[in-house]
Ligand binder design. Structure first.
Ligand code: ADP
Ligand code: MG
Length: 252
């Protein structure tokens, strides 16, 4: 049996109307994403990346066309239905982290579960587990101001993970991070990808896109390139850190 795509976008158009002016932000985009894919979306400013991400994220609806997400047609759902699909299927990561200030890492990560009505103890347990998964098990009580940018982004990734999403959507998640921290965050995304989570990420940076298994380029509201690739490991094991060097090994 052929696996169903998790995301199936078919001839999606988005027209923004402001007064008499119409902006054709997407001009008929079609896209299938299968479970476990790691997709990087690239394109110059104004090409339609955010519009596409808002549609994929069920934050907005297309003007026309079809969008099936995890087997359900969402293009014509109302706001409440969209919110339900979002909380069931999707996790979001933003460039600016979007964490609540003066609120602990643990409480930030618990938030999506509060909206779902999960009880206090269970929330606590799941949020702590998500923070352990991103390497912040020792920082549960820290507020965003007490964390570095990379750590804040990892809290945001834990918040995206806590609802056990099928898809994580990330809009320029490394845009506010220095290059070493970007490497750490991309290594984490690759790890999540290997664990079976589908990732769709917008980036301007070619090195970041190299870490994905597929690159889609958007231009003037159209997909102009869509290719699969062998992902470059974000973190390359340095010879000195592996402990045992080849030369020291004894061969019988
Ligand atoms: P990108 O994220 O690639 O920079 P966007 O998806 O934000 O591109 O924008 C695509 C086009 O749609 C641009 O011309 C932009 O000005 C226009 N646009 C985006 N959002 C809106 C909106 N809410 N109202 C009107 N025009 C919009
Ligand atoms: Mg944008």
């Amino acid at each position: 049996m052929i696996e169903e795509p998790l995301i199936r976008v078919a001839n999606v158009k988005k027209v923004y109307k402001t007064g008499d002016v119409e902006v054709h932000a997407l001009r008929g985009v079609s896209l299938d994403v299968y479970p476990g894919e790691f997709v990087a979306i690239m394109g110059s400013s104004g090409s339609g990346k955010s519009t596409l991400m808002n549609l994929l994220g069920c934050l907005d609806r297309p003007s026309s066309g079809s969008y099936r997400l995890a087997g359900r047609e969402v293009a014509k759902m109302n706001r409440n239905e969209l919110a339900e699909v979002r909380s069931e299927v999707l996790g979001f990561v933003f460039q600016s982290f979007n964490l609540l200030a003066r609120t602990s890492a643990l409480e930030n990560v618990e938030l999506p579960l509060v909206y779902r009505g999960v009880g206090g103890r269970e929330r606590h347990r799941r949020a702590a587990h998500a923070l352990e998964r991103v390497g912040l098990g020792a920082r549960l009580d820290h507020t965003p101001a007490q964390l570095s940018g990379g750590q804040q982004q990892r809290v945001a990734i834990a918040r995206a993970l806590v609802g056990e999403p099928k898809v994580i959507l990330a809009d320029e998640p490394t845009g506010n991070l220095d290059s070493q921290t970007s490497v750490d965050v991309m290594a984490l995304f690759q790890e999540l990808g290997q664990a079976g989570i589908t990732i769709v990420l917008v980036t301007h940076e070619p090195d970041i896109a190299e870490c994905a298994s597929r690159v889609i380029v958007v231009k003037d509201g159209n997909v102009v390139t869509d290719r699969k690739q062998v992902p470059r490991p974000a973190r390359t094991e340095s010879p000195s850190s592996s402990g045992v060097s080849v030369e020291k090994r004894e061969y019988p």
